[in-house]
Design a protein around this ligand. Structure first.
Ligand code: BTN
Length: 325
């Protein structure tokens, strides 16, 4: 029924059509028409309603289509499978499931919306439909499992490059997995791996990038710390284009990483570091402490000098809970 309404609005090519006429053509009441209008809006269509005039179609949702994404790629041969889901609980869970069933290295799982999007420390990742990117990459890299966390950093550099290219604003990286624009978090990365003794069986790298979300998409206090490319620039972006730019940069960074380790990527990461030289509070297995962040080392560990301590610590995991701006 929603599609019939869409066809009627489309046939009027941006001109108003009265609720009464729509109801007649659909064989429903005006109240039912109003319900269908709301459904179309939830799907991302811009439908304007004006008292006395009716409804008109203003904009279509930004859909992500496989052929559109693939045709924009220069790294086509790197990627072996692309699945797009209108909605799923978590693309990381779908990719891990695929991995257990033998899905190949270079598998991409992308969703328009997630009902159980996951962040680090079991936090929820807001995943409304039609506006952002939620995707997971399945990789089977020939490296020891201790190096798996480094893939978060590979993805972070690729994401920063893609954001800078399409949005034309600087991207900053906050160790270990956040991307900031205009002083707020716009993306997060969640890497999950499966190991077999010391061998890495696979790693799933989940990326959530707020592309076109508006403030109303961030519940409660989140709008103080979270942003999107649209909020930071005042422009909207085609998600397929942002995705393709990221996938190209990822394929390139991944190859650099396999051939030369962190040597090429480290300067790229450190020059975008949000924290280098700043006072930060770290929460790690030993507790919480204040100190100064020094940057990242070859193994992707954060170099950190705790207040009052003589030497530097290397942190392999943890969270920066506060930092000076
Ligand atoms: C974080 O900042 O804590 C990481 C957020 C990662 C979110 C992405 S969205 C796609 C993928 N699927 C998930 O459930 N999580 C990641």
């Amino acid at each position: 029924m929603g599609d019939l309404l869409l066809r009627i609005l489309e046939a009027h090519q941006g001109r108003f059509v009265s609720g009464e006429e729509i109801g007649r053509r659909m064989g429903t009441s005006r109240a039912a028409v109003w319900k269908q209008v709301r459904t179309l809006r939830r799907r991302g269509f811009g439908v304007e309603g004006a008292r006395g005039a009716g409804y008109r179609l203003l904009g279509r949702p930004d859909v992500i289509e496989e052929t559109d994404v693939l045709s924009r790629l220069s790294s086509r041969s790197f990627w072996k499978s692309f699945t797009f889901l209108p909605v799923t609980d978590s693309t990381n869970s779908r990719a891990a499931e695929g991995a257990e069933k033998g899905a190949p290295h270079g598998t991409i799982v992308c969703a328009d919306a997630q009902t159980g999007g996951r962040g680090r420390f079991d936090r929820r990742w807001e995943s409304p439909p039609g506006v952002n990117l939620y995707l997971s990459l399945l990789l089977r890299p020939p490296v020891e499992s201790r190096r798996a966390p480094q893939f978060t950093l590979v993805a972070a550099v690729a994401l920063a490059k893609a954001v800078e290219e399409v949005a034309k604003i600087p991207a900053r990286l906050k160790w270990p997995n956040d991307l900031y624009v205009a002083g707020k978090k716009a993306a997060g990365i969640l890497a999950e791996m499966s190991t077999d003794a010391d061998r890495l069986r696979h790693v799933v790298i989940g990326i959530g990038l707020n592309v076109n979300s508006e403030e109303s998409h961030f519940p409660g206090v989140l709008s103080r710390s979270a942003t999107s490319l649209r909020l930071a620039t005042g422009r909207t972006f085609r998600r397929a284009e942002v995705l393709a730019r990221f996938l190209d940069h990822f394929a390139e960074s991944y190859r650099d990483f396999l051939s030369g380790g962190m040597t090429v990527l480290l300067p790229e990461w450190n020059r975008r570091s949000l924290l280098a030289g700043k006072r930060v509070m770290v929460r790690c297995p030993d507790g919480e402490m204040w100190g100064t962040a020094k940057g990242m080392d070859e193994e992707g560990m954060l170099l950190f000098r705790a207040d009052g301590a003589k030497g530097e610590k290397r942190l392999h995991s943890g969270e920066i809970v506060q930092f000076e701006r």
